[in-house]
Design a protein around this ligand. Sequence first.
Ligand SMILES: Cc1cc2nc3c(=O)[nH]c(=O)nc-3n(C[C@H](O)[C@H](O)[C@H](O)COP(=O)(O)O)c2cc1C
Length: 383
Amino acid sequence: MIISSATDYREAARRRLPPFLFQYIDGGSYAEQTMRRNISDLADIALRQRILKNVSALNTGTELFGRKLNIPAALAPVGLTGMYARRGEVQAARAAARKGIPFTLSTVSVCPIEEVQGRSPVPIWFQLYVLKDRGFMKNALERAKAAGITTLVFTVDMPTPGARYRDAHSGMSGPNAAIRRYVQAMTHPIWAWDVGVRGRPHDLGNISRYRGNPTKLEDYIGWLANNFDPSISWKDLEWIRDYWDGPMVIKGILDPKDAKDAVRFGADGIVVSNHGGRQLDGVLSSARALPPIAEAVKGELKILADSGIRSGLDIARMVAMGADAVLLGRAFVYALAAGGQKGVENLLDIMEKELRVAMTLTGASAISDLTSESLARLAPEFG
Ligand SMILES: Cc1cc2nc3c(=O)[nH]c(=O)nc-3n(C[C@H](O)[C@H](O)[C@H](O)COP(=O)(O)O)c2cc1C
């Protein structure tokens, strides 16, 4: 099929993957209102066209935590990425490195830290969840450090998982899930051979290494449900800040008050995020949450934003609203599922071109030129 955008990659991923995996990626929590608004609210942000500004020396590059990025983006942590493409985390990390942006490895990845970092030419970022088993957290941090990782993304919006109705229907969970997954795999032979057979082992690499025995996909949902920790507070994070000497980014902030707490805590960055609409349905879209947060803490730490970003135009919108950079979630996962490392590289090329067009036509020569001045003020009735 012809691929010219992240939307095309979504369709290509839908065809390639067994439904239980496609629906797991594509879905959100409850009625999926927030997930839809992430996209529609972002699309409603009007860019301000400016002309004849001589943007011939256009530069999409920026700097984040001491590293130069080719575009103001990084790949978001996404669990089970090694189920969407063969050793998917390795492929995505290599694509990100080639395109000059960071890759973030999820706690619940298929490939363990050592495998991904060992096959990436540059340091990756590591994402950690707050889990009841503090021994696991400590072990993961030690291994990340030993592997040479310096940037830690700490996800705090999952003290308990939100319900995802699609998973029960698709075979990800629910009755006869294992049999249904098997039948789906058999009817998606390209995936079955490439990932199902050649992409083994299919366990949660980081957790298996810690526990000393494989943690299978079947254990995944149960393990997560039993291990998220609702008792967590800022105080509990202090040992991590003391332990981790590199940049620490808090992911899952939607409120200016929490952003200020993150500054007080000493975080180097935050990610304005509702987890792609996969946690509390009904909360603000990131596009709406970002501007007041930027007003509260801009310049005091780095502001990243995700949820709903599907194009280079969306990157320009988020930056113009105050983000220093964005995280790409589903967009890169669809490309990875459809085309592996090459697919992600191609998606990043597409997004860079889109960003260039957005900058050219808003009269921005550098990322720092994308400001609130790059947005059109709408009459209140368009609100
Ligand atoms: C399939 C899937 C798995 C995810 N797993 C994680 C995870 O393990 N850790 C985490 O911090 N965020 C996780 N996220 C959230 C992403 O990091 C990111 O916040 C979200 O995908 C952004 O929304 P978008 O996909 O609409 O762009 C996951 C998202 C998806 C779609």
